[in-house]
Design a protein around this ligand. Sequence first.
Ligand code: NAI
Ligand code: A1CAB
Length: 277
Amino acid sequence: MKIGFIGTGNMGSILVSSFIEAKAIEASSVMVTNRTIAKANALQERYSALQVAPSAQEVIAFANIIFMCVKPHQFMDILPSHQQWFTKEKLLVSITSPLQCEELEKVVPCSVARAIPSITNRALAGASLLTFGTRCTAKQKEQLQTLFDSISTPLLINNDITRVSSDIASCGPAFIGYVLQCMINSAVAQTKISNEQATELTSQMIIGMGKLLEKKIFTLPTLVEKVCVKGGITGEGIKILQEDVEHVFDKVIQRTHEKYDDERAKIAQQFQAHHSS
Ligand SMILES: NC(=O)C1=CN([C@@H]2O[C@H](COP(=O)(O)OP(=O)(O)OC[C@H]3O[C@@H](n4cnc5c(N)ncnc54)[C@H](O)[C@@H]3O)[C@@H](O)[C@H]2O)C=CC1
Ligand SMILES: O=C(O)[C@@H]1CCC=N1
């Protein structure tokens, strides 16, 4: 199985590194390209057998599975002009949420799937979100599922919960990372703890919490209950969080969905322009 990557920015590079390190693919079976070729060359420096191509055409011709790791509005810079290279037996995989498989199937003749990764996949952990287009064969589904099994816990999802699932699985590390950084900043500003000490304690806390959940020792609600000793100190802190944080994610989720709708509208225009040209 030969795998191609168009776009080796943040997520393209993370997927290449994770699949190779999980031994799901051999570096010699990978070909990548990127608009700024230096980013693709950086991957070759790490994995010498990996091939770098000067353009998307070589990658599509080489690979059975082609990951499109560019931003949503960049898809139409590439797909229409490369239609003849996406021959029927190939599988195009989009890693971005606003594009739906049905839309991509109208632009390329091959099979299409969507696999939204998470930065957590770089540690061969976390979830990924899979959606298969109508042309995917049983073999292609199995191949993609196996690839993502090696670096994550893949979940099959429908279009109607794509955005919210990606909010949790893919944006979640940024959201929770931001909240934890706020806790560190407040601790440093209000007490004598150093930034280094607060950061180390926070890192160990979140790693430990992840292990509790992984080992299914506690669920999130039982964990909160166990730490909140009746009449104790944690409960006082929780009261403040109830006032200020309880509904904050209503707003976060509303905002991400608004942005998603904007992106989908722009994509619809791009696709409309393509079909009527
Ligand atoms: N960053 C994250 O945690 C996640 C990102 N994604 C999705 O991954 C996609 C890419 O995101 P990032 O990797 O963060 O963005 P990025 O900007 O780091 O990477 C995009 C890459 O595509 C390259 N590119 C653009 N046009 C090209 C073309 N015509 N030919 C070749 N290369 C081209 C750019 O040079 C850049 O290196 C986005 O659609 C995003 O929604 C999905 C899940 C998580
Ligand atoms: O397309 C998405 O939903 C992901 C989530 C983080 C960045 N892009």
